[in-house]
Design a protein around this ligand. Structure first.
Ligand SMILES: [Zn+2]
Length: 246
């Protein structure tokens, strides 16, 4: 039976942030990122039903730009572009892919204490209601010491598969892009709202440091983001092939 989800979000104006999003995630969609309106989540649900749904979560959005890099590049835009690239590659591999946001917006959630809290609660709700899925949040990092660089991974502490997926991604990172990467994979603490709370296998990928000139230039490059998307796709394919053999 096709997975069938429907999540509605109202409209909230708070802390100078206005965001409105309506999600309709339904079986039978044939187009990748079948965007009905600018505020709808993008969906491809034409994938192999034996594979987990891949929930891609481009961090931030709308008035929440996330980290701002050297040269003024904004994390939220890079996150979204990378998630879309990855989504297309995973769809080509037969996965159903859902993006928590496909436009430059924050999500809304009635009764939340702030627009940012509403956004995080809405994303968590999508994950928790998505059945057999892998949740992959995409972010870019920033740090006061501009020499710090490298991909950093966090995993959900409530599902052991999160760590396994993170390990599969880090193995690809070292194999393809950053053989020198020694950054440890960390369990998400309460500062990472979604990962800390979700029961799903979840990984947060900090794709690099926008505060590092070298890495910021790479992350701003379309071709580099395409390589990142390939790396993540290969890791997810490898992980799901392995886990389905058990
Ligand atoms: Zn971020």
């Amino acid at each position: 039976m096709k997975t069938f989800f429907r999540v509605f979000f109202g409209v909230l104006f708070s802390c100078a942030i206005l965001a409105a999003a309506v999600f309709g995630i339904a079986g039978g969609a044939e187009l990748l990122f079948d965007i009905v309106s600018s505020n709808e989540a993008s969906v491809n649900n034409a994938g192999d039903e034996k594979k987990p749904v891949i929930l891609l979560d481009p961090g931030h959005g709308g008035m929440d730009g996330g980290a701002v890099g050297i040269g003024g590049i904004t994390e939220k835009d890079l996150n979204l572009d990378l998630a879309k690239k990855l989504g297309e590659k995973l769809t080509a591999e037969g996965f159903s892919v859902v993006l928590t946001r496909s436009t430059d917006t924050l999500l809304t959630y009635d009764g939340a204490s702030s627009a940012k809290n509403a956004d995080l609660r809405a994303r968590l709700k999508i994950a928790e209601e998505s059945g057999d899925c892998l949740f992959i949040s995409v972010h870019m990092n920033k740090f006061s010491d501009s020499s710090v660089k490298g991909i950093t991974l966090y995993h959900s502490p409530n599902n052991p598969e999160g760590l396994k997926l993170a390990e599969a991604i880090m193995a690809k990172v070292k194999e393809t892009l950053q053989p020198e990467n020694k950054r440890p994979i960390k369990a998400a603490d309460s500062s990472l709202y979604i990962l800390h709370r979700t029961t799903k296998p979840a990984v947060l990928v900090e794709c690099g440091f926008l505060s590092n000139a070298y890495e910021a230039a790479l992350l701003a490059d379309d071709g580099y983001r395409d390589r990142l998307a390939d790396l993540l796709k290969d890791a997810i394919v490898g992980y799901t092939d392995t886990s389905s053999e058990k």
